[in-house]
Design a protein around this ligand. Structure first.
Ligand code: NAP
Length: 292
């Protein structure tokens, strides 16, 4: 119930109407019995600065950030975390006595399902080279995560020599294990990869029959490799179906979405987030959107 004491959280973007964050956060808030509400705020790029001032004026507790504000918000914040600095983007902001502070929870979100595996599979990340397909914004969070996991090599594959060079340069000192490659190097890299991540939009609805790898390329991966797709709809993507057909472990992007949200909620409320409730809310929402 919204009362005189209810505190505000939200997500900013342009557009923001497709964001699933309100569904997952409001489900978590209800389960925790917190006096908060989480709202979508559509904010045009030219309004970003005044929106942030307005948020401070009305006492908003914190917010998530989606496209196109993840980078442009940085100069408007008082402080950003090292991980957000390394990724070059902020997805979570909270109010403190120093002003607006920002971090990026995507790397934590990405790592969630991988670190869950560690105790049972005895997976040794120091023996797991990572192959990242794509060199966009999400790939940056994946690089930070693979570094934190301790992957010995991080190979980033892209289609533009110029963008790859800029990507490599932006990490140079902090990531000695990172190297960039054009798509035509894939056949050499695949047999050595322990983790292959699709961070391109290839395979997303409506082009659900597309995959960044051919079946022949998927066959080059070692049997113990993990295929991880950041896409969460459809479930499974063609890429993960190919991996499952080969008997490889397959992880989709839903868990990353849930875990990055859970990490943000924990920052704002200092409470342990109900991850299962957040996951169920998202799954139910996705199932409903599929029907309509
Ligand atoms: P982005 O910044 O636009 O980057 C996309 C990357 O994919 C770029 O490197 C782009 O190459 C490459 N690419 C696009 N189309 C391609 C094609 N046909 N063949 C080969 N490469 C192609 O997007 P992003 O924010 O990184 O997001 C990437 C994917 O991750 C999206 O599907 C997004 O939904 C998903 N994602 C999921 C989560 C989650 O929580 N699960 C979080 C973030 C993102 P160029 O630079 O050469 O164009």
């Amino acid at each position: 119930m919204i009362k005189g004491t209810t505190q505000l959280l939200g997500v900013i973007g342009h557009p923001v109407k497709h964001s699933m964050s309100p569904v997952m956060h409001n489900a978590a808030i209800a389960t925790l019995g917190l006096d908060y509400v989480y709202l979508p705020f559509p904010i045009a790029p030219e309004q970003l600065s005044s929106a942030i001032d307005g948020f401070a004026a009305i006492g908003l507790q914190g917010f998530n950030i989606t496209i196109p504000h993840k980078q442009t918000i940085i100069p408007l914040l008082s402080e950003i975390s090292d991980v957000a600095q390394a990724i070059g983007a902020v997805n979570t902001v909270w109010w403190s006595d120093r002003g607006w502070c920002g971090t990026n929870t995507d790397a934590l979100g990405f790592m969630g399902p991988l670190t869950d595996l560690t105790p049972s599979s005895e997976r040794d990340w120091s023996q797991t080279p990572a192959l990242i397909l794509g060199n966009g914004g999400a790939a940056r969070a994946v690089v930070a995560a693979c570094h934190q996991l301790g992957c010995p090599e991080i190979w980033v594959v892209g289609r533009s020599r110029e963008k790859l060079a800029a990507f490599a340069k932006s990490w140079s000192a902090s990531q000695p294990n990172l190297s960039v490659h054009l798509w035509d190097s894939l056949n050499e890299l695949l047999p050595q990869a322990g983790l292959v991540v699709n961070s391109t939009p290839v395979g997303m609805a409506p082009k659900v029959d597309a995959s960044p790898l051919s079946s022949e390329q998927m066959a080059r991966l070692p049997q113990q490799a993990i295929a991880y797709d950041l896409i969460y709809t459809p479930r499974p993507t063609q890429f993960l179906q190919q991996a499952a057909d080969r008997g490889l472990m397959a992880i989709d992007g839903l868990e990353m979405l849930v875990r990055q949200g859970a990490a943000a909620l924990e920052i704002w409320t200092q409470q342990t987030p109900p991850v299962d409730v957040m996951r169920q809310a998202l799954c139910a929402h996705l199932a409903l959107s599929k029907k309509s």
